[in-house]
Write a protein that binds this ligand. Sequence first.
Ligand SMILES: *[C@@H]1O[C@H](CO)[C@@H](O)[C@H](O)[C@H]1NC(C)=O
Ligand SMILES: *[C@@H]1O[C@H](CO)[C@@H](O)[C@H](O)[C@H]1NC(C)=O
Length: 290
Amino acid sequence: MKVKSKRSKTNLGLPIVVLLCLLFLLAGFFGFMILSQDVPRARVIPRLRTLEFVEEVNEDGSMPHGRTGVASVESIPFQILSWKPRALYFPNFATAEQCETIIKIAKANLKPSLLALRKGETAESTKGTRTSSGTFISSSEDKTGVLALIEEKISRATMIPRNHGESFNVLRYELGQKYDSHYDAFNPSEYGPQQSQRVASFLLYLSTVEEGGETMFPFENNSNKGTGYDYKKCIGLKVKPRQGDGLLFYSVFPNGTIDGTSLHGSCPVIKGEKWVATKWIRDQEQDDDF
Ligand SMILES: *[C@@H]1O[C@H](CO)[C@@H](O)[C@H](O)[C@H]1NC(C)=O
Ligand SMILES: *[C@@H]1O[C@H](CO)[C@@H](O)[C@H](O)[C@H]1NC(C)=O
């Protein structure tokens, strides 16, 4: 009996000891795992992160980028000229050589500039509103590739894809030539239903005008409104054309309504010659140019 009970005791005791040993082993193992993860994590991981950061950020401060992004940081200097309308100035947007190349291409194809007519208007009734000569050139027609470069840069500056732009409208204003104040956006109540709207305009000045030829915004900050403004007058915010500089302004508010302060015109050239390349940017893709 004694032996039997002793045997049964050892029979029961042995598995318990083995089980307890296993439990201790496991507890020790997991305890070590948790400790070895927890404690050093607080110290080591941030250091690893810092290392990753140092490795991934380049000298120019560029970041890892998405599939359609680029690998470097770029600087396109600009100055906010006005919030009403939203107008930005880009000094030295293009080089003098690029400007001269565009003028050369355009010169071969200049025609008197036309107007988009409102209901009831005729070419005769609007004579004298826009006296410049101009031509439309798409970047694909330009074998030098300069227009494509400019177009690409405009799309980067605006973050509006290239195919939202119309062809470049290159204009020449000679002595006394001007463009009376107007909107680039089309008000459907005046022009009828529109397939798409011009939301922004980018003007690249191709020449420096000695005197006159400014781009003017007579209603800047809602000034001169409701005072019977003479649309031929050259008042308000005036931007002097300087070769290579760019001017971007938005014709509509973020909600799509036409911004009344985006009214603008080109003052008469008093001395020199004004060359400008205009890119109208629309809210819809412009398939025909691509
Ligand atoms: C802009 O117009 C507003 C309202 O007419 C006026 O209060 C404000 O002083 C103007 N800002 C400047 C800088 O002239
Ligand atoms: C659109 O935005 C402008 C400027 O913020 C605002 O004055 C106008 O009332 C808005 N129009 C509509 C229809 O929401």
